[in-house]
Design a protein around this ligand. Structure first.
Ligand code: 5GP
Length: 362
């Protein structure tokens, strides 16, 4: 377990509001409880509950969105999530979040994203590299004036952002998110995700915005096959997204299509188990994909919601499917090819993983 923690890792499927620390959620709930906005006792019970069904998870997301609605809180959560991933030796994090309008808080999708970016900038214990255009370390400049040596000693985490379209949204709202993503490219936004309750909404609602994103050079990943929906799964694969998430309900023909197209799959073991999409972990499609050398990457989905870490996901895969250290490091290294960041960041990652492979061989 400690070894899985110690190796560098790449996280490509993490939802910001699903990764909030429990301690932060409880603190926020307490404040709202004192103000009489919520009943703290009810909320405490929900936050502390282990093992939730998929529908309970979506109820909890609605609660998260009540708790974390002001700009300051969004920045704070972002900072904490980045710190937590870095502490788990994640060297590249693609963090996804749904830009939200909230009139009562004076929040627009744009100001929500500004709060996220402010959160990235406020991380001071690490070097956070999220600038897309020039691969420079964003927060080095302010610290260099103070303590250059200190800055060189600190860990670096590379971050890119994906903007999520929620399946509750309209075509126009989805298009707004894509336009915002295009506007924010210089702040590390590299792509679009389609997520939200899989039994809500229709593929054709989101297709125009997703097509536009693709045309404009944004990368697209889709939550695909979280529930059984043959028609939608086929339509999603025909769209040829650059990655798909979960893929729990693909049948033989769908997998053949995914194989021919070589679409990488974001695998979230604990999430799939907790939301009861399979009865036991050893039945997970990871086994077949790994055996067949299908491109895949282990991810957490929601570290807070599912009380997991990326190193825990690697450990779980190793323990369940009998992977040795070499297999695990190969799996972690393969993820470099599936990141949406550009060639510069891939080069930096190859250097980091190359060092780890050399250490393992010694
Ligand atoms: P946010 O986008 O607010 O930062 O993160 C929480 C949101 O991510 C949820 O409201 C939901 O739309 C999406 N999300 C998180 N986990 C899952 C998941 O397992 N499946 C799907 N489809 N969406 C998810």
């Amino acid at each position: 377990k400690e070894w899985c923690r110690s190796i560098p890792k790449i996280e490509l499927h993490a939802h910001l509001n699903g990764c909030i620390r429990d301690s932060t959620l409880l603190e926020l709930a307490k404040v709202l409880g004192e103000k009489g906005i919520i009943n703290f006792a009810d909320v405490e019970h929900v936050i502390r509950k282990c093992g939730r069904s998929l529908s309970e998870c979506f109820q909890l997301f609605d609660l998260f969105h009540i708790l974390a609605t002001d700009h300051g809180t969004i920045s704070r959560i972002t900072k904490e999530v980045v710190e937590d991933f870095a502490a788990d030796e994640v060297v590249y994090l693609e963090l996804r979040t749904t830009p939200k309008n909230n009139e009562t808080k004076g929040m627009t999708k744009r100001s929500y994203m500004k709060a996220v970016i402010d959160g990235l900038r406020s991380v001071d214990a690490l070097n956070v590299s999220f600038s897309n255009s020039s691969e420079r370390t964003e927060n080095i400049s302010s610290s260099t004036q103070n303590n250059y040596a200190n800055c060189m000693e600190r860990k670096t985490i590379h971050i890119r952002l994906l903007l999520s379209i929620d399946r509750r949204e309209t075509t126009i709202a989805a298009m707004e998110t894509v336009c915002l993503a295009l506007e924010l490219r210089e702040f590390g936004v590299v792509g679009i995700d389609l997520s939200g309750n899989p039994i809500v909404g229709e593929w054709k609602t989101f297709l125009p915005a997703l097509k536009y994103a693709k045309e404009q050079g944004l990368s697209v990943t889709l939550h695909c096959g979280e529930v059984s929906n043959k028609k939608e799964i086929q339509e999603m694969l025909d769209f040829v997204p650059e990655r798909i998430g979960h893929a729990c309900f693909l049948d033989k023909d769908d997998w053949e299509k995914a194989r021919v197209l070589q679409i990488p799959v974001e695998i979230c073991l604990t999430s799939n188990l907790r939301t009861e999409r399979l009865s036991t972990i050893d039945l997970h499609h990871f086994a077949n994909l790994h055996k067949g050398n299908h491109p895949l990457v282990l991810c957490t989905d929601d570290t807070g919601l599912f009380s997991t870490t990326l190193s825990n996901e690697y450990y779980l895969a190793a323990a369940t499917f009998g992977l040795d250290q070499k297999d695990v490091l190969r799996l972690a290294t393969n993820a470099i090819e599936f990141v949406f960041g550009g060639s510069e960041v891939k080069k930096a990652l190859r250097g980091i993983f190359g060092d780890s492979a050399r250490k393992l061989a010694e």
